[in-house]
Design a protein around this ligand. Structure first.
Ligand code: SAH
Length: 284
């Protein structure tokens, strides 16, 4: 599959991550591109361990083991997929619109001695290059918010999931109403990270149902994740500024770096975990 068949949005997201790929070697979240999970303000767990903790919570939800085949949609640089294979013994296939991420993730699988169990492909979530019902489980870890259409992305995920199979994901949602004054500020930050508008917590079960899935859980974990991460990440970024600057194109770095005094806290934005199953029989 070549990038010319990707959605325009997917292509932009792919370029964005291609430019950033070096940054994930810096001492931040390790081989993860998702927030961490902390018990509260007093929890001093580091970024990488906290990110792994969230991965582990998602692993528990999939309930897979040896013999299962899991699809990781929006796989980043491969950390979560490799951990999933290590913990469960399942086979994992990851997919990302960023070719550089896919290369890096495959290198990581080889380095972990898991090249026969974990593979990464360059492809678009909106048009998955897989047969219907070809996976036992699917996850989308902090990736669906970058896709041009949540319902279409979830429908594609449901198509490749076997009947009875589980899906779990994390997503942003509008936790507090965004005021007219704040909207441009928030949209500016989201745009910079190629992120779409937040979802609706209340509408998640309907969204899942419309995509052919049966929602089993929608959980607000904002207080443990995004409400914890901005300050912690800001501190880690400041400490690793020179390492990061040496690993990212200066022009890209200048665009992403928070402006002097800019506050990236967005209390209006919540973070949720949602899980579902594909019904055994076709839905009426
Ligand atoms: N799940 C990984 C990475 C999260 S970052 C982790 O938790 O570490 C978001 C990921 O979604 C990136 O890898 C990005 O390339 C991928 N992504 C975004 N839109 C995509 C699309 N349309 N198709 C495939 N991957 C996509």
């Amino acid at each position: 599959m070549t990038s010319s068949t990707f959605t325009p949005v997917g292509e932009q997201v792919g370029e964005f991550y291609d430019q950033l790929v070096g940054a994930f070697d810096a001492s931040l979240y390790g081989p993860n591109i998702h927030v961490g999970f902390w018990d509260g303000q007093e929890d001093t767990t580091g970024l990488e361990d906290a990110a792994n903790r969230l991965t582990d919570m998602m692993i528990q939800r999939l309930q897979v083991g040896p013999g299962d085949r899991v699809l990781d949609i929006g796989c980043g640089v491969g950390g979560p997929a490799i951990r999933l294979a290590q913990v469960t013994g399942a086979e994992v296939v990851g997919i990302s619109v960023s070719l550089k991420q896919v290369e890096k993730a495959n290198e990581a699988a080889v380095a972990a001695g898991l090249a026969d169990k974990v593979t990464f492909l360059h492809g678009d979530a909106m048009d998955l290059p897989f047969e219907d019902a070809s996976f036992s489980a699917v996850w989308m870890l902090e990736s669906v918010m970058q896709m041009p259409d949540r319902k279409a992305a979830l429908s594609e995920a449901a198509r490749v999931l076997r009947p009875g199979g589980r899906l779990t994901l994390t997503d942003n949602y509008e936790r507090e109403q965004i005021s007219e004054a704040r909207r441009p500020v928030i949209e500016g930050i989201l745009k910079r990270y190629h992120t779409q508008s937040p979802a609706s917590f209340e509408a998640y079960p309907t969204l899942m149902r419309e995509a052919g899935l049966r929602c089993t859980e929608v959980l607000d974990v904002s207080e443990n994740t995004t409400r914890q991460s901005v300050k912690r990440l800001g501190k880690a970024l400041a400490e690793n500024m020179s390492e990061l600057a040496s690993k990212i194109d200066p022009e890209v770095f200048a665009k992403l770096k928070p402006a002097e005094g800019e506050n990236l806290e967005m209390p209006e934005m919540g973070y949720l975990i949602a899980s579902a199953r594909r019904p055994e029989a076709a839905q009426a």
